[in-house]
Design a protein around this ligand. Structure first.
Ligand SMILES: Nc1ncnc2c1ncn2[C@@H]1O[C@H](COP(=O)(O)OP(=O)(O)OP(=O)(O)O)[C@@H](O)[C@H]1O
Length: 607
């Protein structure tokens, strides 16, 4: 801020070293605008006439008037340096100080008071200097204008005139000084007023500014407070969350630690358990090793025992007779309730006595001997009980042939197959034998068996020998369609096969049987066994034969084809009887070739 200065033109006369120096002071405003350099140059030129001390002070001016310490100024004021200093220099110095100070402090509102004080002091100082100058002019030495330089031009004055002139000049000087002092005071007053106005305006602006800033700050503060509150709320929430999380983690960690502890404990106990078990196992293994050795020995002896048993079993079978004949008495049919039984006696030893009162003498009671006789109440299971041992022999390599022989309607098919759609209890010999054959073959550990499968010789065949095939002895083909050489894996396969065969079996009504089988049924199951120990093998067959019923042609009252059929059947049965008789007699010749039936059964009947 530029402080306006009072425009003033003055003329200052300075007497220095007895000489008068007339210095016209320029308009102060202009002078103030003089560059510091000019001022310094002027001062430097006049310094030749000033005292050494003042010179020193001016030398300091190069560093800036404001840098003059107060003590130095005071010292300067007290010393007579100022007394001998040129007025222009003094004014330049004061102006310089003021300008510099103003320049520095300009616009610095907070320092305006200081600036004003400084200026005031300077003015005061200037006034004092001027007063001092004014007061001191009478005793001062005059400055010889000629000595002040050639440039200083003035009128030549005589001594008398000089005295009058000096007095006038002194008076004028005093007046001028007073005027100048008054002007300075006025200027000071003006400056003070301007300063006060400026100060007020600046203060008002500053206050306004401050108030605005205060408001801004207050707003900022409010916002900050709100933010702080928000942050505090957030912090509180987060703190709560972290506390909760900390609690959860703490609980979880405690739980984990607990679990770890338990695991460690469990691991230790498991380790101990494992060690204990290892010891027990080791002990058990030793024990097992011993037992295994015993078992091995026992197994070896068991195999020996088994083979011994098999041997004994088959010897028993042979002792019982390779040909055994069992007799079964059929109960009366529901249609025969009024009939009288002819069976007089059934003995435990296989004896049966048939009574016929119509016959004379010894003829009325006839006794027969069989391996065993089953009464009318014997069950299918009881009948099979004795046959079962023979099925075991098949798996030992023996050929077995079981056939039912008897007159028509005597119960052969019932014994061999059981009734149509009968229950398991009513199963006949065929089904039970087949079941046992598969079951026993699978249970034996010393042999590996193939029952009814493999090569054609090892399959099962169901053969029906009817009147036509029985009559054509030369024909090689005896097979019945759909019932020849089928591979089977289990009993149900055989049963299904037999059912198909029996459905196709020739049946017709005889005088003794409504559904009489008019053909021989031969079911053959081939068995192949491999000894797992020595690799030996065996082949055997089980033949289950349900013969066609024999008829007394005269009683059956058959004629035509039925008669021929009956004749064929009877003939084949007679041939079978001859064969069995020869076998029983151990006759060197067995007439197998007399019948197709005996030819088919040759393999199973012995040779
Ligand atoms: N032990 C028995 N218990 C009950 N019923 C029987 C018994 N034996 C046979 N039967 C019945 O007697 C009837 C004749 O039996 P089956 O057909 O078996 O005689 P068969 O000897 O086979 O006759 P064929 O030679 O004429 O074929 C059948 O109805 C049968 O159910």
């Amino acid at each position: 801020m530029v402080v306006p200065r009072v425009v003033q033109t003055s003329r200052i006369e300075v007497f220095c070293n007895g000489g008068l120096a007339r210095i016209f002071r320029h308009n102060e405003n202009k002078c103030r605008r003089l560059s510091l350099l000019e001022s310094r140059q002027t001062s430097g030129a006049l310094m030749h006439h000033a005292g050494h001390k003042f010179h020193e002070v001016f030398q300091m001016k190069h560093g800036g008037y404001s840098e003059l310490p107060a003590a130095k100024i005071s010292e300067l004021m007290k010393s007579n340096s100022l007394d001998i200093a040129p007025t222009q220099s003094l004014l330049s110095m004061v102006n310089g100080i003021l300008d510099e100070s103003m320049g520095r402090k300009n616009g610095e509102i907070p320092h305006q008071n200081n600036l004003f004080k400084t200026r005031e002091e300077k003015y005061q100082s200037r006034i004092r200097v001027l007063e001092a100058l004014a007061n001191g002019t009478s005793g001062e030495s005059r400055v010889d204008v000629t000595r002040t330089g050639n440039n200083m031009k003035g009128p030549t004055i005589s001594l008398e005139d000089k005295k009058d002139g000096e007095e006038d000049m002194e008076m004028k000087g005093k007046d001028n000084k007073s005027v100048e002092i008054a002007a300075l005071k006025q200027e000071l007053e003006n400056v003070r007023k301007i300063h006060e106005d400026q100060n007020k305006e600046a203060t008002r602006k500053s206050q306004l500014n401050l108030e605005n800033k205060l408001k801004e700050v207050e707003n900022h503060l409010l916002e900050s407070e709100m933010k702080v509150q928000e942050l505090e709320a957030n912090f509180s929430l987060k703190s709560q969350l972290w506390t909760n999380k900390e609690h959860i983690y703490k609980t979880f960690t405690e739980f984990q630690l607990g679990a770890l502890k338990e695991l460690r404990f469990a691991s230790q106990s498991v380790r101990q358990e494992v060690l204990k078990t290892q010891k027990t196992y080791s002990h058990d293994f030793d024990h097992l090793g011993t037992k295994f050795k015993i078992l091995q020995d026992a197994a070896a002896s068991y195999e020996e025992v088994v083979s011994e048993n098999q041997k004994l079993h088959n010897e028993i079978q042979e002792l019982k007779g390779n040909i055994r004949v069992y007799c079964r008495v059929r109960p009366f049919l529901p249609s025969q309730k009024d009939k009288q039984s002819t069976i007089d006696y059934i003995g435990e030893n296989g004896e049966i006595i048939v009574a016929n009162p119509a016959k004379p003498g010894k003829e009325c009671r006839k006794s027969f001997k069989f391996n065993k006789v089953y009464g009318p109440n014997a069950t299918q299971a009881e009948v099979y009980g004795d046959i079962q041992q023979l099925v075991q022999s098949v798996l030992d390599g023996y050929n077995v042939c079981i056939f039912a022989y008897g007159q028509t309607g005597s119960g052969k098919t019932y014994t061999m197959s059981g009734p149509d759609k009968g229950s398991q209890e009513e199963w006949g010999v065929n089904y039970r034998a087949l079941n046992d054959l598969f079951r026993i073959s699978q249970s034996r550990s010393t042999y590996k068996y193939e029952v009814g499968k493999g090569t054609p010789e090892r399959t099962i065949s169901v053969l029906f020998l009817n009147s036509r095939t029985l009559g054509i002895l030369a024909t090689a083909s005896l097979a019945v369609p759909d019932a020849n050489m089928r591979e089977v894996n289990e009993p149900s396969d055989v049963l299904r096969l037999m059912e198909i065969g029996f459905k196709n079996r020739a049946r017709s009504t005889t005088s003794m049987n409504e559904r009489s089988s008019r053909s021989h049924s031969v079911v053959t199951i081939h068995v192949h066994g491999t000894d797992l120990k020595n690799g030996g093998s065996l082949n055997a067959g089980l033949h289950l034969v349900d013969l066609a019923g024999s008829e007394r042609i005269d009683r059956a009252e058959v004629v035509g084809d039925r008669l021929k059929e009956a004749q064929h059947i009877n003939k084949s049965l007679a041939a079978l009887g001859d064969v069995i008789f020869s076998l029983a007699q151990k006759s060197p010749h067995v007439p197998f070739r007399n019948s197709k039936l005996t030819q088919v059964l040759q393999a199973s009947l012995g040779n």
